[in-house]
Design a protein around this ligand. Sequence first.
Ligand SMILES: CCCCCC/C=C\CCCCCCCC(=O)NCCO
Length: 572
Amino acid sequence: MLFYVVLLLLGAGAYYYHFTANRKKIIERLEVVAQRRRDDLAKNVVETRRIADKLDPKRRDYVGGLDFIQLQNELQKGTVTCVEAVRTYFHKAILAHEKTNAVTCFILEADQQAEELDEKAKQASYVKPPMFGVPLSLKECLKVKGYDTTRGFVQDAYRPATEDSIQIEHYKKLGLIPFCQTNVPQSLLSYNCSNPLFGTTTNPFDSTRTCGGSSGGEGALIGGRGSIIGIGTDVGGSVRIPCHFTGTAGIKPSKMRFAHRGGGASVPGKPMIDANDGPMAQDVRANVEFLRNVWGDIDFQSDRDPYCPPVHWNESLYSSEKKLRVGYYIDDGWFTPTPALQRAVLESKKHLENAGHTVIPFYPPRLTKVMQLYFRAVCLDGGQYVLNKLLKDIIEPTIRFQVTLWMVPTWVQRILSYPVSLVFPRMAVLMQSLTRDTFELREAYADIEAYREEYVGMMMKDNLDVILCPASVMPAPQHDIPSKVVSGVSYTCLYNLLDFGAGVVPVTTVSKSDEEKLINEYPETDKWYQTVKKATIGAIGMPIGVQVAAPPFREEAVLRTMREIELAITGK
Ligand SMILES: CCCCCC/C=C\CCCCCCCC(=O)NCCO
């Protein structure tokens, strides 16, 4: 017996030695690559600045002061040139990048592309496309020919995409000019924004706090006024959470509204959790104008990807005079949001009622079960795919907590969950979520299908057009918090599980009285509540958005509701 114990210990020791020696070699090699990539970015910024500086500062200030619609109009009229637009946004993006570390690469050909468009515009026969010359920023994981899509993995640096994705091709056809790529968290499965290649992107309102993720570079850049419109991706809140954290507006459409051929996913092969790309901008109007043009011309994508149905922009749904029926909630029953987030929903409810809409309470059913189904279906192999990739890379310290969860075998998590449930029941729910076997996975898929039916059934019973609810559980926290509170995505991931269109519009900022309420009334019943409470103290002035959601192919109703809230708040 002793012999076998010694043999086992020796085996474990040898495995551990081999594993750590191997990791050390990988890390040493990748640190050289990461340093080289950062040096290249520094040179890329210098070159971008050189190009940006060719534009007269007075002109730059003028062009930089235009909103999306004004810029689009002036480019159409020819009173602003494409070169002026691109150089202005090169300049503005450098300023935002210096503050937040949002950019991973400037696309220098943007200047050339702008010159070519200006040249074409001189021909009398040339018809300008609808978004002629508007600069577009892109989340780093989107495929642009000649540029990396590392998703924060050092191992994927210097492996540029060989083709533009269909969506990028389409945006160029519509006249948009991709001018930079923006930072993401390593693996994209986080709502912070740090990776070992490009470092941490910070919130433009407070550098000690995260800009959100995974489209965090977009949030920081647009919120920091370094881009007028950008594209993010969202499998659990990655467009909506950065919008909420940075005071920007964006929408994750239901999955089928864009072509996915030639694109990439954070975890390929997870059929029941629907991700999509989506626009992010300084206001809702820009999102509307962008999608009106993209979906107005969706045949371009459908012709190249037969899985993308040719569903066109539905102007009558967006511009309808018919009053809406809105279901709202301020607490999903899984994770009570901090006071400012609840207040934002109640204020939005008032705005919608003042506009004549009917707003009634709605209770999303069984969120505890939903959380288990979401984590089971998003990490459908128990996190193995992502973990394998992480173990071949330098692991980002701010996501170490969730990486540790992936490393503990499922059966160990299940056993530990029983004692844990006595003191921390919500954590136990998470520990029981990763898949044990294919039987359980099939069951989860069936449960998601049933949940979708139940949810839309509830909406139909009350004749609801859209749902209004919080965008998250807290305002932007410190950089390490998202990994420690992964369950904080309940307000957004629900709408990936349902495959609804869902967007976020900025509504307010955290006030002193929100902070007082937080200190006096916010629960401290478990570690997650304590962490969220602590992270929210000191967040006075941070932006707060609300979320609006509707079943698939009704994104225009979501945008209409968002726009009505925006109009009531800003008056423009
Ligand atoms: C014991 C359970 C372990 C769970 C570990 C955490 C796993 C996954 C976290 C998912 C968090 C999703 C954040 C949103 C990310 C997103 O939308 N990314 C976009 C990708 O296109």
